[in-house]
Ligand binder design. Structure first.
Ligand SMILES: NC(=O)c1ccc[n+]([C@@H]2O[C@H](COP(=O)([O-])OP(=O)(O)OC[C@H]3O[C@@H](n4cnc5c(N)ncnc54)[C@H](O)[C@@H]3O)[C@@H](O)[C@H]2O)c1
Length: 347
Protein backbone atom coordinates (compact mmCIF):
# COMPACT_ATOMS: atom_id res chain seq x y z
CA UNK A 1 0.00 0.00 0.00
CA UNK A 2 1.32 3.45 -0.96
CA UNK A 3 0.25 6.94 0.01
CA UNK A 4 -0.91 9.21 -2.84
CA UNK A 5 -1.07 12.99 -2.50
CA UNK A 6 -3.57 14.09 -5.14
CA UNK A 7 -3.92 17.84 -5.71
CA UNK A 8 -7.14 19.04 -7.33
CA UNK A 9 -8.84 15.77 -6.42
CA UNK A 10 -12.30 17.34 -6.18
CA UNK A 11 -12.25 18.41 -9.82
CA UNK A 12 -13.33 16.42 -12.86
CA UNK A 13 -10.24 14.26 -13.58
CA UNK A 14 -8.92 14.27 -10.00
CA UNK A 15 -12.16 12.86 -8.61
CA UNK A 16 -12.19 10.14 -11.29
CA UNK A 17 -8.59 9.27 -10.36
CA UNK A 18 -9.47 9.06 -6.65
CA UNK A 19 -12.57 6.93 -7.31
CA UNK A 20 -10.28 4.63 -9.34
CA UNK A 21 -7.55 4.48 -6.65
CA UNK A 22 -10.05 3.71 -3.89
CA UNK A 23 -12.09 1.16 -5.83
CA UNK A 24 -9.32 -0.62 -7.78
CA UNK A 25 -6.23 -0.45 -5.54
CA UNK A 26 -5.43 -0.65 -1.82
CA UNK A 27 -3.63 2.71 -1.72
CA UNK A 28 -4.25 5.54 0.71
CA UNK A 29 -5.29 8.89 -0.86
CA UNK A 30 -4.88 12.41 0.53
CA UNK A 31 -6.88 14.88 -1.57
CA UNK A 32 -5.71 18.50 -1.30
CA UNK A 33 -8.15 20.83 -3.01
CA UNK A 34 -9.00 24.51 -2.63
CA UNK A 35 -12.61 23.82 -3.66
CA UNK A 36 -12.91 26.45 -6.40
CA UNK A 37 -16.10 26.81 -8.47
CA UNK A 38 -14.90 23.87 -10.63
CA UNK A 39 -14.84 21.38 -7.76
CA UNK A 40 -17.72 19.38 -6.40
CA UNK A 41 -17.54 17.26 -3.27
CA UNK A 42 -20.55 15.26 -4.47
CA UNK A 43 -18.18 13.74 -7.04
CA UNK A 44 -16.41 11.94 -4.17
CA UNK A 45 -19.47 10.88 -2.19
CA UNK A 46 -18.78 7.20 -2.89
CA UNK A 47 -15.28 7.35 -1.30
CA UNK A 48 -15.66 9.95 1.44
CA UNK A 49 -16.29 7.43 4.23
CA UNK A 50 -13.54 5.07 3.14
CA UNK A 51 -10.76 4.93 5.79
CA UNK A 52 -8.13 5.04 3.02
CA UNK A 53 -9.41 8.46 1.84
CA UNK A 54 -8.66 11.76 3.52
CA UNK A 55 -9.71 15.23 2.35
CA UNK A 56 -7.93 18.49 3.17
CA UNK A 57 -9.31 21.79 1.96
CA UNK A 58 -6.21 23.76 1.03
CA UNK A 59 -4.52 25.93 -1.55
CA UNK A 60 -1.34 24.77 -3.28
CA UNK A 61 -0.15 28.37 -2.88
CA UNK A 62 -0.08 27.78 0.90
CA UNK A 63 3.51 26.61 1.49
CA UNK A 64 3.07 26.22 5.25
CA UNK A 65 0.07 23.93 4.90
CA UNK A 66 1.77 21.81 2.22
CA UNK A 67 4.88 21.43 4.40
CA UNK A 68 2.74 20.28 7.35
CA UNK A 69 0.83 17.80 5.18
CA UNK A 70 4.02 16.22 3.82
CA UNK A 71 5.26 15.78 7.39
CA UNK A 72 1.96 14.37 8.62
CA UNK A 73 1.15 11.95 5.80
CA UNK A 74 4.54 11.02 4.34
CA UNK A 75 3.42 10.52 0.71
CA UNK A 76 5.07 8.06 -1.68
CA UNK A 77 3.61 9.80 -4.75
CA UNK A 78 2.41 13.28 -5.60
CA UNK A 79 -0.10 13.40 -8.45
CA UNK A 80 -0.57 17.04 -9.36
CA UNK A 81 -3.85 17.99 -11.04
CA UNK A 82 -4.82 21.21 -9.23
CA UNK A 83 -5.19 23.93 -11.84
CA UNK A 84 -7.39 26.57 -13.30
CA UNK A 85 -8.49 24.69 -16.39
CA UNK A 86 -10.93 26.64 -18.56
CA UNK A 87 -9.52 28.42 -21.64
CA UNK A 88 -12.35 31.00 -21.88
CA UNK A 89 -11.88 32.03 -18.24
CA UNK A 90 -8.12 32.39 -18.86
CA UNK A 91 -8.86 34.83 -21.68
CA UNK A 92 -11.16 36.91 -19.46
CA UNK A 93 -8.88 36.94 -16.39
CA UNK A 94 -5.52 35.18 -16.47
CA UNK A 95 -4.19 36.01 -12.97
CA UNK A 96 -5.53 32.88 -11.21
CA UNK A 97 -4.04 30.77 -14.00
CA UNK A 98 -0.57 32.22 -13.48
CA UNK A 99 -0.86 31.94 -9.69
CA UNK A 100 -2.22 28.40 -9.39
CA UNK A 101 -0.77 26.77 -12.49
CA UNK A 102 2.71 28.29 -12.36
CA UNK A 103 3.39 29.50 -8.81
CA UNK A 104 1.33 26.70 -7.26
CA UNK A 105 3.29 24.10 -9.24
CA UNK A 106 6.55 25.79 -8.21
CA UNK A 107 5.49 25.56 -4.53
CA UNK A 108 4.63 21.92 -4.80
CA UNK A 109 7.90 21.13 -6.57
CA UNK A 110 10.01 22.93 -3.99
CA UNK A 111 8.25 21.32 -1.05
CA UNK A 112 8.41 17.91 -2.74
CA UNK A 113 12.14 18.40 -3.36
CA UNK A 114 12.87 19.26 0.28
CA UNK A 115 10.74 16.34 1.47
CA UNK A 116 12.39 13.94 -1.02
CA UNK A 117 15.86 14.99 0.12
CA UNK A 118 14.87 14.23 3.72
CA UNK A 119 13.83 10.65 2.94
CA UNK A 120 15.82 7.50 3.65
CA UNK A 121 17.34 5.74 0.62
CA UNK A 122 14.51 3.19 0.09
CA UNK A 123 11.73 5.80 0.31
CA UNK A 124 13.75 8.19 -1.83
CA UNK A 125 13.94 5.59 -4.60
CA UNK A 126 10.18 5.04 -4.46
CA UNK A 127 9.06 8.70 -4.48
CA UNK A 128 7.59 10.17 -7.72
CA UNK A 129 6.00 13.47 -8.70
CA UNK A 130 3.50 13.04 -11.55
CA UNK A 131 2.44 16.24 -13.29
CA UNK A 132 -0.84 16.08 -15.23
CA UNK A 133 -0.77 18.29 -18.29
CA UNK A 134 -2.49 18.89 -21.57
CA UNK A 135 -1.80 18.52 -25.30
CA UNK A 136 -2.72 22.22 -25.61
CA UNK A 137 0.87 23.12 -24.63
CA UNK A 138 1.94 22.09 -28.16
CA UNK A 139 -0.23 24.69 -29.90
CA UNK A 140 -2.22 24.06 -33.05
CA UNK A 141 -1.89 21.49 -35.86
CA UNK A 142 -3.00 21.98 -39.47
CA UNK A 143 -5.30 19.36 -40.98
CA UNK A 144 -2.42 16.83 -40.95
CA UNK A 145 0.04 15.57 -38.33
CA UNK A 146 0.00 14.42 -34.71
CA UNK A 147 1.52 15.64 -31.46
CA UNK A 148 4.04 13.35 -29.81
CA UNK A 149 6.47 13.51 -26.88
CA UNK A 150 9.01 15.38 -29.05
CA UNK A 151 6.59 18.09 -30.27
CA UNK A 152 7.85 21.63 -29.61
CA UNK A 153 5.94 23.75 -27.10
CA UNK A 154 3.89 26.50 -28.76
CA UNK A 155 0.93 27.44 -26.51
CA UNK A 156 -1.73 29.88 -27.70
CA UNK A 157 -3.96 30.78 -24.72
CA UNK A 158 -3.11 32.03 -21.22
CA UNK A 159 -4.32 28.61 -19.97
CA UNK A 160 -2.05 26.58 -22.25
CA UNK A 161 0.87 28.99 -21.66
CA UNK A 162 0.48 28.56 -17.89
CA UNK A 163 0.41 24.76 -18.28
CA UNK A 164 3.46 24.92 -20.59
CA UNK A 165 5.22 27.00 -17.91
CA UNK A 166 4.41 24.40 -15.27
CA UNK A 167 5.63 21.53 -17.54
CA UNK A 168 8.95 23.37 -17.99
CA UNK A 169 9.31 23.89 -14.24
CA UNK A 170 8.61 20.22 -13.53
CA UNK A 171 11.14 19.05 -16.14
CA UNK A 172 13.76 21.48 -14.84
CA UNK A 173 13.36 20.17 -11.26
CA UNK A 174 14.34 16.77 -12.68
CA UNK A 175 17.26 18.07 -14.74
CA UNK A 176 18.61 20.42 -12.07
CA UNK A 177 17.82 18.67 -8.79
CA UNK A 178 17.13 15.08 -9.88
CA UNK A 179 13.59 15.16 -8.44
CA UNK A 180 11.91 11.99 -9.82
CA UNK A 181 9.17 13.39 -12.03
CA UNK A 182 6.82 12.18 -14.77
CA UNK A 183 4.71 14.30 -17.10
CA UNK A 184 1.67 13.23 -19.09
CA UNK A 185 0.05 15.41 -21.75
CA UNK A 186 -3.50 14.34 -22.45
CA UNK A 187 -6.13 15.35 -24.97
CA UNK A 188 -9.70 16.56 -24.19
CA UNK A 189 -11.41 14.52 -21.48
CA UNK A 190 -15.14 13.95 -21.17
CA UNK A 191 -17.31 11.82 -18.90
CA UNK A 192 -19.45 11.94 -15.76
CA UNK A 193 -18.99 14.74 -13.18
CA UNK A 194 -17.53 17.32 -15.61
CA UNK A 195 -18.38 20.94 -14.81
CA UNK A 196 -20.86 22.17 -17.45
CA UNK A 197 -18.71 24.93 -18.91
CA UNK A 198 -16.78 22.48 -21.12
CA UNK A 199 -18.18 21.57 -24.54
CA UNK A 200 -19.73 18.13 -23.91
CA UNK A 201 -21.48 18.67 -20.54
CA UNK A 202 -22.53 22.17 -21.60
CA UNK A 203 -24.10 20.76 -24.76
CA UNK A 204 -25.88 18.00 -22.83
CA UNK A 205 -27.18 20.44 -20.21
CA UNK A 206 -28.38 23.04 -22.73
CA UNK A 207 -30.01 20.38 -24.92
CA UNK A 208 -31.84 18.86 -21.93
CA UNK A 209 -33.05 22.35 -20.93
CA UNK A 210 -34.07 23.28 -24.51
CA UNK A 211 -31.56 26.16 -24.56
CA UNK A 212 -29.39 27.17 -27.56
CA UNK A 213 -26.32 25.00 -28.13
CA UNK A 214 -23.66 27.50 -29.13
CA UNK A 215 -20.60 26.59 -31.19
CA UNK A 216 -17.55 28.82 -31.75
CA UNK A 217 -16.83 29.88 -35.37
CA UNK A 218 -17.77 27.33 -38.02
CA UNK A 219 -17.43 24.35 -35.66
CA UNK A 220 -14.60 22.82 -37.73
CA UNK A 221 -11.94 22.94 -34.98
CA UNK A 222 -10.76 19.42 -34.23
CA UNK A 223 -9.97 17.87 -30.86
CA UNK A 224 -9.02 14.35 -29.78
CA UNK A 225 -11.47 13.07 -27.15
CA UNK A 226 -10.78 10.58 -24.36
CA UNK A 227 -13.21 9.11 -21.82
CA UNK A 228 -12.02 10.23 -18.36
CA UNK A 229 -11.93 6.67 -16.94
CA UNK A 230 -9.53 5.68 -19.73
CA UNK A 231 -7.35 8.67 -18.87
CA UNK A 232 -7.11 7.80 -15.18
CA UNK A 233 -6.08 4.21 -16.00
CA UNK A 234 -3.40 5.60 -18.29
CA UNK A 235 -2.25 7.99 -15.53
CA UNK A 236 -1.89 5.08 -13.13
CA UNK A 237 0.07 3.07 -15.72
CA UNK A 238 2.40 6.03 -16.30
CA UNK A 239 3.00 6.50 -12.56
CA UNK A 240 3.58 2.85 -11.74
CA UNK A 241 5.42 1.61 -14.84
CA UNK A 242 7.41 4.45 -16.38
CA UNK A 243 11.00 5.58 -16.16
CA UNK A 244 11.44 8.76 -14.20
CA UNK A 245 12.12 11.94 -16.16
CA UNK A 246 9.94 10.79 -19.07
CA UNK A 247 6.78 12.22 -20.59
CA UNK A 248 3.84 10.47 -22.22
CA UNK A 249 1.17 11.68 -24.62
CA UNK A 250 -2.26 10.21 -23.83
CA UNK A 251 -5.19 10.31 -26.24
CA UNK A 252 -8.39 8.54 -27.14
CA UNK A 253 -7.75 8.17 -30.90
CA UNK A 254 -11.05 9.98 -31.50
CA UNK A 255 -10.54 13.10 -33.57
CA UNK A 256 -13.79 15.02 -34.03
CA UNK A 257 -14.77 18.50 -35.11
CA UNK A 258 -16.72 20.45 -32.48
CA UNK A 259 -19.73 20.30 -34.79
CA UNK A 260 -19.45 16.49 -35.03
CA UNK A 261 -19.29 16.27 -31.23
CA UNK A 262 -22.40 18.40 -30.76
CA UNK A 263 -24.31 16.49 -33.46
CA UNK A 264 -23.38 13.17 -31.88
CA UNK A 265 -24.67 14.38 -28.49
CA UNK A 266 -27.94 15.40 -30.19
CA UNK A 267 -28.19 12.02 -32.00
CA UNK A 268 -27.76 10.05 -28.77
CA UNK A 269 -30.22 12.27 -26.90
CA UNK A 270 -32.79 11.81 -29.70
CA UNK A 271 -32.56 8.05 -29.08
CA UNK A 272 -32.55 7.90 -25.30
CA UNK A 273 -34.47 11.06 -24.34
CA UNK A 274 -36.58 12.10 -27.37
CA UNK A 275 -37.84 15.69 -27.25
CA UNK A 276 -41.53 16.24 -26.67
CA UNK A 277 -43.11 15.43 -30.06
CA UNK A 278 -45.45 18.41 -29.66
CA UNK A 279 -42.41 20.69 -30.01
CA UNK A 280 -42.00 19.39 -33.59
CA UNK A 281 -38.27 20.07 -33.44
CA UNK A 282 -35.17 18.04 -32.69
CA UNK A 283 -32.18 18.74 -30.47
CA UNK A 284 -30.28 19.59 -33.68
CA UNK A 285 -32.51 22.68 -34.12
CA UNK A 286 -30.96 24.16 -30.95
CA UNK A 287 -27.48 24.43 -32.59
CA UNK A 288 -26.30 28.01 -33.25
CA UNK A 289 -22.91 29.54 -34.10
CA UNK A 290 -21.12 32.46 -32.45
CA UNK A 291 -18.00 34.58 -33.09
CA UNK A 292 -14.85 32.46 -32.84
CA UNK A 293 -12.77 32.37 -29.63
CA UNK A 294 -9.61 34.56 -29.92
CA UNK A 295 -6.49 32.44 -30.54
CA UNK A 296 -8.69 29.35 -31.08
CA UNK A 297 -6.33 26.49 -32.00
CA UNK A 298 -7.48 24.70 -35.15
CA UNK A 299 -6.59 21.12 -34.41
CA UNK A 300 -5.14 18.86 -31.70
CA UNK A 301 -4.38 15.18 -32.32
CA UNK A 302 -2.19 12.71 -30.47
CA UNK A 303 0.25 10.03 -31.57
CA UNK A 304 -0.28 7.43 -28.83
CA UNK A 305 2.37 4.93 -30.04
CA UNK A 306 4.72 5.48 -27.08
CA UNK A 307 2.13 4.68 -24.40
CA UNK A 308 0.59 1.87 -26.50
CA UNK A 309 3.94 0.21 -27.23
CA UNK A 310 5.72 0.66 -23.92
CA UNK A 311 2.86 0.31 -21.40
CA UNK A 312 0.33 -1.74 -23.35
CA UNK A 313 -2.34 0.80 -22.42
CA UNK A 314 -5.26 1.39 -24.80
CA UNK A 315 -8.52 3.26 -24.25
CA UNK A 316 -11.45 0.91 -23.52
CA UNK A 317 -14.15 3.26 -24.82
CA UNK A 318 -14.88 4.41 -28.36
CA UNK A 319 -16.16 7.97 -28.66
CA UNK A 320 -19.71 6.67 -29.15
CA UNK A 321 -19.69 4.24 -26.19
CA UNK A 322 -18.07 6.80 -23.86
CA UNK A 323 -20.49 9.50 -24.94
CA UNK A 324 -23.50 7.24 -24.40
CA UNK A 325 -22.30 6.45 -20.85
CA UNK A 326 -21.73 10.17 -20.21
CA UNK A 327 -25.14 11.28 -21.46
CA UNK A 328 -26.92 8.55 -19.48
CA UNK A 329 -25.02 9.66 -16.38
CA UNK A 330 -26.12 13.31 -16.79
CA UNK A 331 -29.72 12.20 -17.35
CA UNK A 332 -29.63 10.06 -14.18
CA UNK A 333 -27.81 12.65 -12.06
CA UNK A 334 -29.65 15.91 -12.57
CA UNK A 335 -29.18 16.59 -8.80
CA UNK A 336 -25.43 16.91 -9.42
CA UNK A 337 -26.04 19.50 -12.15
CA UNK A 338 -28.51 21.37 -9.96
CA UNK A 339 -25.93 21.62 -7.16
CA UNK A 340 -23.31 22.81 -9.63
CA UNK A 341 -25.66 25.43 -11.06
CA UNK A 342 -26.46 26.80 -7.63
CA UNK A 343 -22.74 27.10 -6.88
CA UNK A 344 -22.06 28.86 -10.19
CA UNK A 345 -24.77 31.42 -9.56
CA UNK A 346 -22.91 32.43 -6.39
CA UNK A 347 -19.93 33.66 -8.46
N1 LIG B 1 -10.15 18.47 -18.67
C1 LIG B 1 -9.33 18.13 -19.65
O1 LIG B 1 -9.78 17.84 -20.78
C2 LIG B 1 -7.84 18.06 -19.41
C3 LIG B 1 -7.04 17.49 -20.41
C4 LIG B 1 -5.66 17.37 -20.16
C5 LIG B 1 -5.11 17.81 -18.97
N2 LIG B 1 -5.92 18.39 -18.03
C6 LIG B 1 -5.31 18.83 -16.77
O2 LIG B 1 -5.77 17.96 -15.75
C7 LIG B 1 -5.91 18.67 -14.53
C8 LIG B 1 -7.32 18.51 -13.99
O3 LIG B 1 -8.23 18.99 -14.97
P1 LIG B 1 -9.79 19.01 -14.66
O4 LIG B 1 -10.51 19.08 -15.96
O5 LIG B 1 -10.12 17.95 -13.69
O6 LIG B 1 -9.92 20.43 -13.95
P2 LIG B 1 -11.07 20.99 -12.99
O7 LIG B 1 -11.11 22.45 -13.27
O8 LIG B 1 -12.30 20.17 -13.12
O9 LIG B 1 -10.49 20.73 -11.52
C9 LIG B 1 -9.42 21.45 -10.99
C10 LIG B 1 -9.42 21.23 -9.47
O10 LIG B 1 -8.28 21.96 -8.94
C11 LIG B 1 -8.72 22.64 -7.77
N3 LIG B 1 -7.86 23.83 -7.60
C12 LIG B 1 -7.81 24.93 -8.37
N4 LIG B 1 -6.93 25.82 -7.88
C13 LIG B 1 -6.40 25.25 -6.76
C14 LIG B 1 -5.41 25.65 -5.83
N5 LIG B 1 -4.81 26.85 -5.93
N6 LIG B 1 -5.11 24.83 -4.81
C15 LIG B 1 -5.72 23.62 -4.68
N7 LIG B 1 -6.66 23.18 -5.54
C16 LIG B 1 -6.99 23.99 -6.58
C17 LIG B 1 -10.17 23.02 -8.04
O11 LIG B 1 -10.87 23.29 -6.85
C18 LIG B 1 -10.67 21.78 -8.78
O12 LIG B 1 -11.18 20.83 -7.89
C19 LIG B 1 -5.52 20.12 -14.82
O13 LIG B 1 -4.18 20.30 -14.44
C20 LIG B 1 -5.67 20.24 -16.33
O14 LIG B 1 -4.78 21.20 -16.84
C21 LIG B 1 -7.28 18.51 -18.22
Amino acid sequence: MSCFFVTGGSGFIGSAYIRFLISSTDHQVINIDKLTYASNLDSLEMVEKNPRYHFVQGDILDEKLLGELFKEFHPDYVVHLAAESHVDRSIQNSRNFIETNIIGTYNLLEISRKYWLSLGSKEKLKFKFHHISTDEVFGSLSSKGLFNEESPYNPSSPYSASKAGSDHLVRSWYKTYGLPILISNCSNNYGPYQFPEKLIPLTIMNAMEGKPITIYGDGKNVRDWIFVEDHVEAMYAVLTKCDIGSSYCIGGNSQKTNLEVVKEVCNILETILPRDINLQSSYHDLITFTKDRPGHDFRYAIDTSKIYDSLGWKPRETFKSGLEKTIKWYIDNTFWLENVNRETQKL
